[in-house]
Design a protein around this ligand. Structure first.
Ligand SMILES: [Zn+2]
Length: 436
């Protein structure tokens, strides 16, 4: 295949055709550098023995899968970055100190599938949810299309302390209409050139193209919205991903799965809405093949897209999740499945995944998919000082999926405090300038 062609935006006339050959559709995506590279401290020398910290998070049970680190640590923060992570930091080196003894401290949670654009459709205000999500970085899964992009860029992103990224919907109206009518009932909304333009113009923020392939969303249009989404992603440049939602998809699900390229994201991978990745108890070979060639397997719990009876055999038969995400929006958050990210993570603890693996799939792994911020999803020195502080509560707890299946777990993650860029939500920092 010819990778170089993706370095350029091709002409709009070629784009408007919207057609894509199978060979193009299956071409591998050249991924951005994992994690956005190594962090390097700005404005201080972490080796300076007299270095003062604006904030120290003390005595936490620190878990950072990116460093294979678990243990009691103090975390020093300066200039919005992790400045030290040590068994003990003297109290006189901290301007502000918060003792979190007994609490779990992880990198701020990174949620690959959310709807946090309150001005469009299903969206919620990101910062308002932090108290129940511990989420410091979130990806808007197609709330905006190219006609509504400015709403996301200038209202949601510009007004959120939460770090926001986005997939641009292949439908020009995005999800402005909410759950119905389906945004792809009229294929004319799927303007390849317009979508590619927005993606290419906003590489700092946009990860790729979103498409929903469900009967009620696409009507008679079958997989054509997905083909156009892939075409728009290929036009927009190297490493541009497609996030494809499934759930009661039309036709043979293998046809859809075979279109996804390495690096593309399959979200709602464990949906039980019909035409599932597990049928008659068996993981579809095309689903296993997608995972094996590097398609990202994403949870996207939501209000109707997570089924224990799909997830369990899929995990056993070769399709565990790469990323755990919530699909939190104004409808899903009011359902019994309660898809806040810590609650969805707790369900995977109940399914037998280790705490380290669960945290990795909601921090450093989605941060690699984002690939734009050095150190994101880690607690390495020089990384953004984004922290999730949770209580790991032991005791029987019942979880319900989106199809009323229940499972009992023995632990749950309960949000306690969230810090973004060195500043705790809900706890004002000390007045500046600091006096040392
Ligand atoms: Zn969604």
């Amino acid at each position: 295949m010819d990778l170089s062609r993706r370095d350029f935006i091709v002409s709009s006339s070629a784009a408007a055709a919207g057609a894509v050959s199978p060979a193009q559709a299956q071409a591998p995506v050249q991924l951005a550098q994992a994690g956005g590279g190594a962090p390097s401290p700005r404005g201080f020398d972490p080796a300076d023995p007299a270095l003062k910290y604006e904030l120290v998070i003390a005595n936490g049970d620190v878990l950072d899968p990116s460093q294979k680190l678990r243990g009691k640590r103090d975390i020093g923060i300066r200039y919005g970055q992790i400045a030290a992570i040590a068994p003990s930091i003297p109290a006189d080196r901290a301007v502000q100190r918060i003792d979190v003894a007994g609490k779990l401290v992880t990198p701020g949670l990174v949620d690959l599938h959310t709807h946090l654009c309150p001005h469009l459709g299903l969206g919620l205000p990101a910062d308002e949810l932090v108290g129940i999500t511990c989420t410091t970085t979130a990806v808007s899964a197609g709330d905006a299309g190219w006609h509504t992009w400015g709403v996301f860029r200038h209202l949601a992103l510009a007004n959120s302390r939460t770090r926001l990224f986005s997939f641009v919907h292949i439908a020009s109206i995005g999800l402005a209409g909410g759950l119905a009518p389906g945004e792809m009932l009229n294929i004319e909304y799927a303007n390849v050139d317009g979508c590619a333009k927005v993606v290419a113009e906003n590489p700092d923020t946009v990860l790729g193209v979103k498409v929903r392939i469900t009967d009620s969303v696409v009507g008679q249009n079958g997989l054509e919205p997905l083909r156009r989404a892939i075409r728009a992603a290929e036009m927009a440049g190297k490493g541009v991903r497609v996030m494809c939602h499934i759930g009661a998809a039309p036709g043979n699900l293998a046809d859809l799965l075979n279109l996804l390229r390495p690096g593309d994201v399959l979200t709602h991978a464990y949906s039980g809405a019909g035409n599932n990745t597990v049928q008659n108890g068996q993981l579809l070979p095309a689903a296993r093949a997608a995972k094996q060639r590097g398609v990202i397997i994403d949870v996207g719990h939501g209000g109707g897209s997570f089924d224990f009876t799909v997830c369990e055999p899929a995990m056993q038969q070769g399709m565990p999740p790469d990323t755990i995400s919530s699909d939190i929006h104004s409808v899903s958050i009011n359902t019994p499945g309660y898809p806040t990210l810590p609650w969805v993570m707790s369900k995977f603890l109940a399914l037998g995944m280790s705490l380290e693996d669960v945290v990795a799939r909601a921090t450093v792994e989605p941060a690699k998919i984002i690939g734009r911020v050095p150190g994101l999803g880690t607690l390495q020195v020089g990384a953004p000082a984004d922290l999730a502080i949770m209580e790991l509560v032991s005791g029987p707890v019942e979880f319900v999926d989106t199809r009323n299946n229940k499972r009992t777990g023995q632990q749950k993650l309960m949000p306690y405090l969230t810090i973004r860029g060195g500043r705790p939500f809900g706890r004002p920092p000390l007045p500046t300038p600091f006096v040392y």
